[in-house]
Write a protein that binds this ligand. Structure first.
Ligand code: SF4
Length: 281
């Protein structure tokens, strides 16, 4: 299957996002997902251009709103493999309110967060993952806020699969995308994907020096240990922090809808379904 679309990536030379795209395409190839069963949904930002470069029923939506749109895609057709791709600003600033709710609903989809710790598309403003004192176009004297910790947030919100990768380690990232796709539930992968154009602090060399793979003896069902790894200050752990089995949103929804079958006439069933879906409006 040819997964690359006819649109060539428009990222700056050297952008970390190329590595993520390469890993993603390799993972699709290994899993042999047919393009008619693939949907990549994104918000706005450099990494949110992703859906243009891969063949599928993709949606480039509005800033911070990729997750609810993706949930709609999954509800409309649970057979579709849904991937959400976006950056740290899109996901943790304007879209930050959606993550806890999607995580607790646990739809069977994969969320890949490409974290460059800056707003690249709009030329270098401070983002929720920019480091304290980082100089950006909006913090000329240094950022005065410490960064959020994406992996800790995802764990706390109840995501049932939480991993971290690095855009330069495409071999590991390919495997993480495959594992996340096979996981039944909301799987989030935080990917450190440096921006060599605007971020002069979180550079490839800076990340390379700190990146360490999670030791093989780590038990990914141990949430406390996962938090401990996520809190490390001197190291950036990559690999699978946590996974748990929990009923998916689609299966819970299916159970409710099945109660409408049988004796109820079609008009009542329609009315009940409309009320049910109003919850997600
Ligand atoms: Fe990549 Fe940064 Fe260029 Fe955006 S601005 S394409 S993140 S290198």
């Amino acid at each position: 299957v040819e997964y690359k679309s006819e649109v060539k990536p428009t990222w700056c030379p050297g952008c970390g996002d190329y590595g993520v795209l390469a890993a993603f395409i390799r993972a699709l190839g290994e899993m042999k997902i047919p393009t008619h069963k693939l949907s990549i949904v994104s918000g706005i930002g450099c990494s949110s251009r992703f859906p243009h470069f891969v063949r599928g029923y993709n949606l480039h939506t509005v800033h911070g709103r990729a997750l609810p749109v993706a949930l709609g895609v999954k509800i409309a057709n649970p057979e579709i493999e849904v991937f959400v791709v976006g950056g740290d600003g899109d996901g943790f600033a304007i879209g930050g309110g959606h993550i806890p709710h999607v995580a607790r609903r646990n739809p069977d989809m994969v969320y890949i967060i490409l974290d460059n710790a800056i707003y690249g598309l709009t030329k270098g403003q401070v983002s929720p993952t920019s480091t304290l004192t980082m100089t950006t176009t909006t913090t000329p004297y240094g950022a005065i806020e410490p960064p959020i910790n994406p992996v800790m947030l995802l764990l706390a919100y109840g995501a049932t699969f939480v991993a971290r990768g690095f855009s330069s380690n495409t071999k590991q990232l390919t495997q993480l995308i495959i594992e996340a796709t096979r996981h039944k539930g909301f799987a989030a992968i935080h990917v450190i994907s440096p921006c060599p154009t605007f971020n002069m602090e979180i550079t490839f060399d800076f990340v390379r020096e700190k990146v360490v793979e999670i030791p093989p003896e780590h038990d990914p069902t141990n949430k406390l240990k996962a938090f401990e790894l996520a809190m490390a200050q001197d190291k950036i752990y990559t690999g699978i922090f946590y996974r748990e089995e929990r009923p998916t949103f689609e299966s819970n929804l299916e159970k409710i809808i099945s109660k409408f079958d049988g004796a109820i006439d079609e008009a009542v069933k329609k009315e009940r379904l409309e009320k049910l879906f109003d919850q997600f409006a």
